[in-house]
Design a protein around this ligand. Structure first.
Ligand code: DI6
Ligand code: FE
Length: 408
């Protein structure tokens, strides 16, 4: 990997491209000082830009840079053994109750020092970036103590700097009960709210706060306690909601103005209405649905009818979604969840950006925004959902630099 500052600048005039919105005409993008200056049909390009440094896209289709808005990318070890257990018939909840699951990743994460954790996580980030990801959320939640949550979040920040990619950190201290707090859930949530969160927020390590609200994790009341603590610090919230059962988490999150509710396979009509009113994004995670061989579909038609924006993400994690391709999630969102291709592509760009509060800087090619866009070797946008296992990236402009596909 080249150091970020050796990525060439993307400044200049990009032609030989077709913008996904109107792929039949040649488009043009002007990048100036790392930001989008102008975008449109080449035939409408103002003369003042015609002499800028040329970049030829070779006929590529262009979309905004992708945004992966829900990942647990930083952790120690891996859990292929549980994959085998599930194949033999064990459910996710049974694996968790048998001492596997999240807690086994907690053990491995605690054992790894910061540099080791960075070294283990970096190749995973590189895989996601190779698919055109320009912004990514990374959650904590495998440390479950101040020291180890801090370590995870610091690694997340370092990854962002090392790769020149926007990283939003989410504190997920309320992911699972650490073994040393067995039977003392209330005490652990007190620790999360009164010590871990304030300390990590003061260190600038927390962009948002999340909770795993579920039968096998934390209750609705505990979730609200964490939300109150986040609110007191002025931090936005999001929620792992109604993945395995309807806990009423989405409606609670909506009352706290949540950026997103994620998973939501068991989301109720009341939950949808609450999300609509609060403008909360529904984050769909087909990789977890697929890995768990879930059959309970999220209420896509009702979300669509209510106009709730739907994002799509990898949920990359070692237990339920060891997915390292956001494009594969686009395919799965269409095939498993019956999203249309435009819905799925909006789901990994504009709506995903909004799920992170990044709608002013990511998920679109708009004058004034930092230049984040992807050149694809496909004829039409539907191919981005149609092929799976293909790697159609021709070039990636990330944060105003040519991160992938620069001419040597
Ligand atoms: N929901 C999930 O799908 C992941 N975390 C969560 O709250 C699973 C995390 C794991 O199994 O390690
Ligand atoms: Fe998750």
């Amino acid at each position: 990997m080249k150091p970020v500052n050796e990525f060439p600048s993307a400044d200049g005039l990009w032609t030989g491209i077709r913008l996904a919105a109107d792929a039949n005409v040649e488009g043009a993008i002007v990048v100036e000082q790392g930001a989008i200056r102008w975008v449109g049909a080449r035939s409408a390009l103002p003369a003042e830009f015609a002499k800028l440094k040329p970049h030829d896209g070779g006929g590529a289709l262009v979309t905004p840079g992708l945004v992966d808005c829900h990942t647990h990318l930083v952790y120690g070890g891996q859990r292929a053994n549980e994959f085998a257990m599930r194949l033999a018939g064990a459910t996710y909840e049974e694996v968790a109750k048998a001492g596997g699951g999240i807690v086994s990743s907690v053990r491995a994460t605690r054992e790894a020092d910061e540099d080791t954790l960075f070294a283990q996580s970096a190749p995973r980030l590189e895989q996601l970036l190779a698919d055109g990801v320009c912004a990514i959320e990374i959650k904590s939640g495998y440390g479950l103590s101040l020291e180890h949550e801090r370590k995870q979040l610091r690694v997340a920040r370092r990854l962002g700097e090392a790769y020149g990619v926007t990283v939003r950190t989410t504190f997920l201290g309320a992911h699972a009960l650490p073994p040393e707090y067995a039977g003392r859930s209330g005490d652990y949530i007190d620790l999360v709210c009164n010590q871990m969160l304030p300390a990590l927020a003061a260190e600038g390590l927390v962009d948002a706060v999340d909770v795993f609200c579920e039968r096998i994790a934390f209750s609705l009341a505990e979730t609200e306690q964490v939300f109150k603590a986040a609110k007191a610090l002025g931090l936005p919230v999001k929620l792992h909601a109604e993945q395995l059962s309807d806990m009423g988490g989405a409606a609670l999150a909506a009352r706290y103005g949540a950026l997103s509710c994620d998973h939501i396979e068991h989301l109720s009509a009341e939950g949808i209405e609450a999300m609509r009113q609060s403008g909360t994004v529904a984050v769909l995670l087909p990789g977890a649905y697929y890995t768990l061989r879930d059959t309970h579909l999220p209420p896509i038609d009702a979300l669509r009818a209510a106009g709730v924006p739907m994002a799509v993400s990898t949920d990359h994690n070692p237990g339920t979604s060891p997915a390292l391709s956001l494009l594969l999630m686009v395919n799965m969102a269409c095939t498993l969840f019956r999203l249309t291709v435009p819905e799925a592509l909006d789901g990994v760009t504009v709506h995903a950006a909004r799920a992170l509060g990044l709608q002013d800087t990511h998920g679109a090619i708009t004058p004034g925004m930092p230049a984040n866009f992807v050149l694809w070797n496909v004829r039409e946008a539907a191919e981005l959902a149609y092929w799976f296992g293909q790697q159609p990236v021709r070039a990636v402009v990330r944060q105003g630099r040519i991160a992938i596909g620069a001419k040597e």
